[in-house]
Design a protein around this ligand. Structure first.
Ligand SMILES: [Zn+2]
Length: 593
């Protein structure tokens, strides 16, 4: 395992400033003591991502993420703790000596296995069969530069070609199993991809994380297969080709979304470079979020058959609900972008892209409605309005309705009225659900509040208060697993005359969900009353609830004890009862001080 000296971690921690680091990813504006910006981890229009410079932590009030600077780098760059330290150390020219030659870390191994496979697939292009593939691609108009730029390769028709090579390199078996490149069959593991043209799928930093494989001269009914999802490959977030095209997206401020690997490659080679492809899945909210980092405009260029048109409309609504006004490129019936360029060169497609039409117009035209049939029009418009009713931003919603009115030649006011009917039905339902949930959770949430308060009091400025917690708190009283774990991380710092260092505690919490909880608890701590009185009140109430619970459970189960145990149980009950009676005096000596 890679190790890193504690003093290096400390040096990194003391050199970094959270505002500098996060400022490279998010545009931050100062408001009061904190800085705010658009959250890089979820899609939003108004900033709910807050950074607290004095505590050096961040917190999103929209999606809940939170942590310290190192955690931010781990999340956004998809690095492990040590790698994040190294990443930051590089930035600040701090020397790090990792005392391992080859990283044995699971994630690094996953990337290394993919590199190994990609190299092997590219080598295979030099075999006789591989040369056939090159010719096939050339015949489709894809030249050798493009083949090497996109690292296209070939998986030979053998059951364990990549597997044998990977085993020679001593990868850990859990990395091999979870790489998504092998299938577990009756006779053990074998290569997922055989006799296929291989397209490496990269993340936005150009690391290979998966593959798409296209059939070659076989009658396998699955034209394309993809790697299964893995810890490094989440289909619904990844665009094929993005690492090659992201610079062009920003430059054009427009993204053209296509469905296939070859569509993307064909467009790219024909100088339409601001393009991305979904890879083996439908278009998701995460895709929209990713595009939002680069562009304000999106044009969808899917296949011209019926399935393609429907998929384009679905993708369009996903984009619409995420703040875009998507347009759709009208393709000739039954043709995809790759075919079209092969048949007629790039110009007709370029024209179609320039003349793309808005989503509503596309949907209206596609439905081929006879203007005389009021029922059909009414159904279609209602379907469209139901989709629009999910659009959050009122200005965006209004612009949509104006656009629908124009396309359908219906009166705008009528449309506004219909949509407000749809919305009021919806809000009635959500309010009802919320109210019901609230009563169910009330008891538990009271207790959660106490536990949360305990964590906050541990960061009191007053040494005596911290010491009080250190000496009197009993972890047996805690119910929530996350608070227990967070408290364990804080505990050893409580008897020091320095306040616990938030970032040391933060980095000690390994589970990102618990880190988020901690960041939430700690973010606005300055507004809280963290006095010794608050600590006494908090501990008293936590213990009281614990004792009552114990008492009830003993009483409820009295009949289950054997007669020889019963006596001691009754004594225990009476002891708990007297603890409960005396609990309000328990900390009297602290109050007098
Ligand atoms: Zn967020």
């Amino acid at each position: 395992m890679a190790r890193i000296a504690e003093q290096v971690i400390e040096q990194v921690r003391s050199s970094i400033d959270i505002i500098d680091i996060i400022g490279e990813y998010v545009q931050l504006t100062k408001r009061g003591y904190n800085f705010f910006g658009l959250c890089p981890f979820h899609m939003e229009k108004t900033p709910s991502f807050a950074v607290n410079p004095s505590k050096q932590i961040y917190k999103c009030f929209g999606c809940g993420v939170g942590g310290g600077t190192i955690n931010f780098i781990m999340e956004i760059e998809k690095l492990e703790f040590i790698e994040a330290i190294k990443f930051l150390a590089d930035k600040y020219n701090i020397e790090v000596n990792l005392n391992t030659k080859k990283s044995s870390k699971f994630f690094s191994q996953l990337f290394e296995i993919h590199n190994l496979a990609a190299n092997l697939y590219q080598q295979n292009l030099k075999t006789n069969k591989g040369l056939e593939i090159v010719k096939y691609l050339n015949d489709r108009g894809i030249n050798n530069n493009t083949i090497s730029e996109f690292q296209i390769g070939f998986s030979i028709n053998k059951w364990s070609s990549v597997l044998d090579e990977a085993r020679k390199n001593n990868f850990k078996s859990d990395a091999l199993i979870q790489s998504g490149l092998f299938i577990n069959g009756d006779k053990g593991y074998y290569d997922r991809f055989r006799n296929r043209i291989m397209f490496p799928i990269t993340d936005r930093n150009n690391k290979i994380i998966a593959f798409g494989g296209r059939v070659f001269d076989s009658n396998d009914p699955a034209k394309y297969i993809n790697s299964s999802e893995t810890p490094i490959y989440n289909k619904s977030k990844i665009f094929y080709g993005l690492s090659n095209t992201k610079g062009f997206l920003s430059k054009e401020n427009t993204a053209i979304v296509v469905e296939g690997y070859l569509d993307l490659i064909q467009l790219f080679q024909n100088n339409i470079k601001n393009v991305v492809a979904v890879s083996g899945t439908s278009f998701t909210d995460s895709h929209a979020l990713e595009l939002n980092k680069y562009v304000k405009n999106v044009k969808i260029a899917y296949d011209g058959d019926n399935a393609g048109k429907n998929a384009a409309i679905r993708a369009g609504y996903v984009l619409l609900k995420n703040g875009f006004f998507p347009e759709i490129v009208v393709m000739p019936e039954g043709t995809d972008p790759d075919d079209w360029i092969q048949k007629e060169g790039p110009n007709p497609l370029k024209n179609a892209i320039a003349n793309s039409i808005n989503l509503f117009e596309f949907q209206y035209k596609k439905s081929d409605i006879d203007n005389e049939n009021p029922n059909l029009i009414s159904n279609l418009v209602n379907d469209i309005l139901k989709e629009i009713s999910d659009v959050q931003d009122p200005v965006h919603k209004e612009l949509c309705i104006r656009s629908i009115a124009k396309v359908t030649k219906l009166n705008e006011n009528t449309l506004f009225e219909s949509i407000s009917n749809i919305n009021s039905k919806k809000s009635f339902k959500t309010n009802y659900d919320k109210a019901r949930k609230k009563t169910d959770n009330k008891d538990l949430s009271n207790y959660n509040l106490l536990e949360d308060e305990l964590i906050q009091i541990c960061f009191s400025n007053d040494f005596k208060t911290r010491l009080f917690i250190y000496e009197n708190m009993n972890t047996e009283w805690l119910i929530s697993k996350s608070v227990k774990l967070i408290y364990d991380e804080i505990f050893i710092h409580l008897h020091s005359d320095h306040k616990p260092d938030i970032n040391i505690v933060m980095d000690g919490i390994k589970d990102p969900n618990y880190r988020q909880r901690f960041a939430t608890l700690i973010f606005d701590i300055d507004k809280k009353n963290l006095s010794i009185d608050a600590a006494i009140e908090c501990l008293t109430r936590i213990e009281k609830i614990f004792l009552k619970k114990k008492l009830n459970s003993l009483r409820e189960n009295l009949n289950k004890f054997k007669s020889d145990e019963l006596k001691s149980i009754l004594i225990e009950i009476s002891n708990i009862q007297s603890s409960l009676n005396n609990i309000k005096f328990k900390y009297d000596k602290f109050i007098k001080n």
